[in-house]
Design a protein around this ligand. Structure first.
Ligand SMILES: [Zn+2]
Length: 117
């Protein structure tokens, strides 16, 4: 995976309170929760996905969503693929897509890691 993607993944991990440092098969890693289904996603300390972690764009890229930190989260590959197929292909003003985007934005904010102790 390209360095810029790994860096973005590490930025997401650093600001998502569901992520904790752990060890998987003797290897240090970050484990956190898929923004959709809350199943575990695992990322190496270098930002390389180990288990299921993919970058989810809350506002889909096809609708102008960017890599800005408030628009990205980590999702398991399955959820990310399903959202892509079922929702992202809808018009931007589609009520179902709009509702999911709003829900994910709220969840993202609720998971923000507060700076400092
Ligand atoms: Zn998921």
């Amino acid at each position: 995976m390209k360095a810029a993607r790994r860096r973005l993944i590490l930025d997401i991990v650093a600001t998502d309170a569901t992520f904790e440092r752990t060890e998987i098969r003797g290897q240090a890693a970050w484990v956190g929760k898929c923004i959709h289904c809350l199943s575990h996603v695992v990322v190496g300390l270098d930002g390389e996905p180990i288990q299921r972690a993919t970058i989810e764009h809350i506002v889909p890229r096809v609708h102008g969503g960017t890599d800005a930190l408030d628009n990205v989260a980590l999702a398991c590959g399955r959820c990310n693929a399903l959202k892509g197929m079922r929702l992202d292909v809808r018009r931007r003003d589609d009520p179902k897509l709009t509702a999911v985007i709003e829900r994910l934005k709220e969840r993202k904010v609720s998971r923000l890691r507060r700076a400092g102790p």
